[in-house]
Design a protein. Structure first.
Length: 803
C-alpha cells in the first residue's frame, strides 16, 4: 500500500525514492502532484507513462524559491516582482529556459520555456529541501481526469504505480495553480487557477488577458479536455432533472431529493474552489445520467472553476455516444444459456464453438494487442442463418462481434474481455454467386478470402485490383467493413470504389438485398456506402457485387533508391504527370525497413548495389502489350536521375523479379515483429506535406523515446504512411509499449496540424475509438451517432468499437 502519512520519518525515504528515479505523489496546497526528479529524463518518462499524458504537454517544475528558479530560467524584473509577492503559493511562471538548463527536455516538451512554481505546502517544501532536486509534478491522476485533492484520490487513480503517496491531508486550496507566461514585460495568463486574476492585476497595475491557445500547447494545463469526470456535465442548470446528480452553489440552491453537494451554502468562492474537485469526484462515482451544475459567478476564483467546468464539459460534448457505449461494453449482460443454445441450433453444433481453447484463434488479433473472450463463436453458412442469429440477438440484447479473416489492425473484430459477446464468423460463406463478363462484375459472399476473389477474377480474364499484404487471409466482408485500401488505391480506389452493391443483414434480422450491378444509381441516399467502412457496427455484410476491370497486358515494376525524402514527393509528381492512370502503384520504403526485411525475410536480397536512405517501388500498367509502359518507365527513371530526384534504380526483368520486389514491400509490417515492440500509426497527410510530417514525427520520437527507430513506409501516392516505430534495441519491450497512447496522441497532433487523418485505411475499431472524439467535429460525431441509433437502436452490433 503506497499511502504513507507525511512525517519527518517518511519524508527521507520519499526524497531518496525521487533521487533514485522513482515517482512519489505528494500534497501541495493546490492539488496532489505526481513528482519525479526533473533532471532525470527516465524518471520523467515514468510520469508521462503512468498518467498516459501526451508528451507535447509540458510539466510544472517545483522549486523552493527564486534562487533555485534562477538556476534553470531567466528571471526578469516582472517575474521577480510576481514571485516575490506570490511565492511560495499557487502561481506558476513560464519563463525562458537558461541555455545550460539541466531540466530534462521531456519536462518542457522541447519548448524553450520552463514552468516553475514554489509550493507553499509544508510537505512539498520538506520534500524539496530533503531531495535537493527540482521536482517535476503534474497532478497525480490519469491525464484528462479530475484532479486529486486527497491521498485516497491518488490511490484510486494510480494505485501502486507511485513508489509512495505521502498523505498530508486534503489540499487547502483544491484547485491547480494559476499559470502566467512571461516574455520581457509581457505577461500572459495561460491558465486560470487558485490565484485570482484580480490579485495579479493589482500587483502588475494592469488587466491581464487570457491566452487564446490557438490549439498549440505552450504551457502546462492548456489541453482543452482536462479535468473530465466520466459522467456528462450539464452546465448552467438551475434545477436538477430526475436521475441527475446535482452540484449546487450558494444559499438559493433548490431542494433536491437526489444526490447533491453544495459547493458553498454561503456563496463563498474560496470554499467552493476548495471543495470543487472532491465534489465532482463524489458525484461522478454515483453513476447518475449527468451531473447538473448550477451557475457559478464568473468572478474572482469563480473564473477558474468555470474554466475547469467548461473543459470537463468539452470532453463529453465531443463524444455524445460515449456514455451509452461505455455502459454497453463495460457491463454487458451474459446471454442466457437458452439464448446461446438457440443460436447454436441455428448453425448446427458442428459450426458453433463453446470451448475456450477452440475459440482461441477468434479471440486474439494479429499483433496480440487485444485478447478477448466470448460466450460463443458461430459460423453461419447463409444470409438466412445470419439473419436468424441477429433476430435472436436483438430480442435478447446479446452483443455481436462480426468477424472476417481476423486481420484487422484496430481490434474491431475481437470481442471485449467480459466474455459476454458472441462472435459471428463469416468464414463459411465463400460462394461466388455470379460473374457477369459483360457488366464486368462478380457477386461473391462475404467470407471469400480476398486472394481467392482475385484468382476467380483472373481465371475469368479480369482483374479485381484490391491488393493488401494480408490478402491471403482477409475476407471480402472484412475489407468492405473496413473500406480497405492497399497498394492499388492510386489507380483503382479503395474497397468502396470497387463495390456496386451489397447484401446486408440488419441488427433486427431483416435482410437488405442491395445487390445492384449499376454504375449509376442516383435514386436517393447511397445506403451501401453507409455499410462500407462501418466496421460491423451497422449490419453484417453477407454478399457484395464487386467491379471487375480489364486485366493489364503489360506491367512494369521498378525500384529506385533516393537520398532525400523530399525527392520522393517530387518524383511521384513527375511519375504521375508522365504516366497518368497508367501509374498503378507508388510505395515508399525507408532503408531501415529494407534492412529489417533483408535480415528477417527468407530469400530476400538488396535489389540495388549500394544503400540509399529511401526507396520507392512503383508500377506502370497498360492494356496493350506493345512495350509502351516499359519505354515510359525507362524515360521516367532517366528523367528522375537527371533531375537528381533518384540516385539509382532497377526494373524487374521477369515475373520472379517483380515478385521479389513486391515481397520486400509486403514484408515491411511482418519483419518489425522481429525487432521487438512496434508502435503503429496509419495516417494520411497531403502528399506534398509527407516529408514535413515524417521529419516532425521523427524529431518527436527522439525527444520522447530516445533511441527508438521510426520505420515510416506505405502508399506515398495516396499520402498514406504507416508511421511505425520500433523500440530501441536495448529497451524492455513492455516499457517501450507503455508509450503507445502517449506517442499516438503526439503523432496524431502533428497529423491534424497538417490537415491529415488519424486513420487512413485501417479504420477506428477499438484502438482509435477515443482518438476519434478529438479528430472529428462534434457535429460529425452527432450525425454518426444518429445513424448508429437508426440502424441498431439496442446497440448490439460491435458495441464499443468505432463510436
Ligand atoms: C500484414 C497486414 C497488412 C495489411 N495491409 C493493409 C493495407 O495495405 N490496407 C488496408 O486497408 N488494410 C491492411 N491491413 C488491415 C486488414 O487486412 C484489413 O483491414 C482487412 O480489410 C480486414 O479484413 P478481415 O476480413 O481480416 O476483417 P476482420 O479483421 O475480421 O474485421 C475487421 C472489421 O470488420 C468487421 N467485419 C468483418 N467482417 C464483416 C462483415 N462481413 N460484415 C460486417 N462487418 C464485418 C469486424 O467486426 C471488424 O470491425 C493489413 C493487415 C495485415 C495483418
Amino acid at each position: 500500500m503506497p499511502i504513507v502519512a507525511a512525517t519527518k520519518e517518511s519524508i527521507a525515504p520519499a526524497a531518496e525514492a525521487l533521487v533514485n528515479g522513482e515517482m512519489v505523489a505528494f500534497p501541495t496546497e493546490t492539488v496532489y502532484g505526481l513528482g519525479a526528479n526533473a533532471l532525470d529524463a527516465a524518471a520523467v518518462t515514468k510520469v508521462f507513462a503512468c498518467k498516459e499524458r501526451p508528451r507535447f504537454n509540458p510539466l510544472i517544475v517545483h522549486v523552493l524559491g527564486l534562487d533555485q528558479a534562477q538556476s534553470y530560467a531567466a528571471v526578469n524584473e516582472t517575474a521577480r516582482k510576481l514571485a516575490e509577492r506570490f511565492w511560495p503559493g499557487p502561481l506558476s511562471l513560464v519563463l525562458p529556459r537558461k541555455r545550460n538548463c539541466a531540466i530534462a527536455d521531456l519536462v518542457t516538451a522541447g519548448l524553450n520555456t520552463v514552468a516553475l512554481r514554489a509550493p507553499n505546502h509544508p510537505v512539498a517544501r520538506a520534500l524539496l529541501e530533503t531531495a535537493k532536486l527540482p521536482i517535476a509534478a503534474p497532478s497525480a491522476n490519469r491525464s484528462g481526469r479530475v484532479s486529486p485533492t486527497t491521498a485516497a484520490h491518488v490511490e484510486a487513480e494510480l494505485g501502486e504505480l507511485p513508489a509512495m503517496i505521502l498523505d498530508g491531508g486534503p489540499c487547502k486550496l483544491g484547485l491547480e495553480s494559476t499559470v502566467l507566461g512571461i516574455e520581457g514585460d509581457q505577461v500572459t495568463l495561460l491558465r486560470l487557477g487558485a490565484l485570482s486574476r484580480q490579485e495579479i492585476d493589482n500587483v502588475l497595475g494592469r488587466k491581464l488577458a487570457l491566452h487564446g491557445g490557438g490549439g498549440k500547447v505552450s504551457s502546462p494545463g492548456q489541453l482543452s479536455i482536462h479535468y473530465a469526470p466520466a459522467t456528462p456535465l450539464r452546465l448552467e442548470a438551475r434545477t436538477p432533472r430526475g436521475g441527475e446528480a446535482f452540484l449546487a452553489f450558494g444559499p438559493h440552491a433548490p431542494l433536491y431529493a437526489g444526490p447533491m453537494i453544495n459547493l458553498s451554502e454561503q456563496g463563498d468562492l474560496s470554499e467552493a474552489t476548495n471543495k470543487f474537485f472532491a465534489a465532482l469526484r463524489s458525484l461522478d462515482a454515483i453513476g447518475a445520467t449527468a451531473i447538473a451544475v448550477m451557475p457559478i459567478p464568473n468572478q474572482g476564483l469563480g473564473e477558474a472553476i468555470n474554466d475547469r467546468l467548461q473543459r470537463a464539459a468539452q470532453a463529453r460534448l465531443s463524444s455524445p455516444a460515449s456514455r451509452f457505449d461505455d455502459a454497453r461494453t463495460t457491463a454487458p449482460k451474459r446471454p442466457s444459456e437458452a439464448t446461446l443454445d438457440a443460436m447454436v441450433r441455428i448453425v448446427g453444433e458442428d459450426h458453433a464453438i463453446r470451448e475456450p481453447a477452440a475459440m482461441a484463434p477468434y479471440l486474439v488479433e494479429w499483433r496480440d494487442r487485444y485478447v478477448g473472450r466470448a460466450a460463443l463463436v458461430l459460423k453461419p453458412a447463409s444470409a438466412a442463418e445470419v439473419a436468424a442469429i441477429l433476430k435472436r440477438a436483438n430480442e435478447t440484447r446479446t452483443d455481436i462481434v462480426p468477424q472476417g479473416g481476423n486481420t484487422g489492425l484496430v481490434g474491431g473484430q475481437i470481442p471485449f474481455e467480459s466474455g459476454h459477446e458472441v462472435v459471428v464468423s463469416l468464414s463459411r460463406m465463400t460462394h461466388v454467386r455470379d460473374i457477369d463478363l459483360n457488366g464486368n462484375t462478380m457477386t461473391v459472399e462475404a467470407g471469400l478470402v480476398l486472394a481467392n476473389a482475385q484468382a476467380v477474377a483472373a481465371s475469368a480474364g479480369r482483374l479485381f485490383p484490391l491488393s493488401l499484404a494480408s490478402e491471403g487471409s482477409c475476407q471480402i466482408g472484412g475489407v468492405l467493413a473496413t473500406n480497405a485500401g492497399g497498394t492499388a488505391v492510386l489507380a483503382y480506389g479503395s474497397a468502396r470504389d470497387l463495390t456496386l452493391g451489397l447484401e446486408v443483414v440488419l441488427a433486427d434480422g431483416r435482410v437488405w438485398n442491395g445487390l445492384k450491378r449499376l454504375r449509376k444509381d442516383n435514386s436517393g441516399y447511397d445506403l451501401k456506402d453507409l455499410f462500407i467502412g462501418s466496421e460491423g457496427t451497422l449490419g453484417i455484410i453477407t454478399a457484395a457485387v464487386l467491379r471487375l476491370l480489364p486485366k493489364p497486358a503489360e506491367i512494369v515494376t521498378a525500384f529506385a533508391g533516393l537520398s532525400h525524402l523530399e525527392s520522393a514527393a517530387a518524383f511521384f509528381t513527375r511519375a504521375y504527370a508522365l504516366a497518368g492512370p497508367m501509374l498503378t502503384a507508388f510505395e515508399l520504403l525507408p532503408r531501415i525497413g529494407l534492412d529489417f526485411a533483408l535480415k528477417h525475410g527468407a530469400d530476400t536480397r538488396d535489389p540495388l548495389h549500394s544503400a540509399h536512405p529511401w526507396y520507392v517501388l512503383f508500377e506502370l500498367s497498360s492494356q496493350r502489350d506493345d512495350g509502351e509502359v516499359a519505354r515510359l518507365a525507362e524515360m521516367l527513371l532517366s528523367e528522375g536521375i537527371e533531375a537528381k530526384e533518384i540516385d539509382d534504380a532497377v526494373i524487374a526483368a521477369s515475373l520472379a523479379q517483380r515478385r521479389e520486389l513486391w515481397r520486400l514491400r509486403e514484408l515491411m509490417s511482418e519483419v518489425q515483429k522481429h525487432e521487438g515492440g512496434s508502435i503503429k500509426h496509419d495516417v494520411a497527410v497531403p502528399v506534398a506535406r509527407m516529408p514535413e510530417f515524417i521529419a516532425r514525427a521523427n524529431q518527436l520520437v527522439e525527444l520522447m523515446i530516445p533511441g527508438a527507430r521510426p520505420v515510416p513506409f506505405g502508399h506515398l501516392g495516396d499520402g498514406n504512411i504507416h508511421y511505425n516505430v520500433s523500440q530501441p534495441p536495448s529497451m524492455d519491450r513492455a516499457v517501450f509499449l507503455a508509450n503507445w497512447e502517449a506517442l499516438n496522441a503526439a503523432v496524431h497532433e502533428i497529423v491534424l496540424d497538417l490537415d491529415g487523418s488519424i486513420s487512413a485505411e485501417h479504420g477506428i475499431g477499438r484502438l482509435k475509438r477515443d482518438l476519434l472524439r478529438h479528430a472529428k467535429q462534434p457535429l460529425e460525431l452527432e450525425m454518426m451517432r444518429k445513424i448508429k441509433n437508426a440502424f441498431d437502436p439496442y446497440g448490439i452490433l460491435n458495441p464499443g468499437k468505432l463510436l
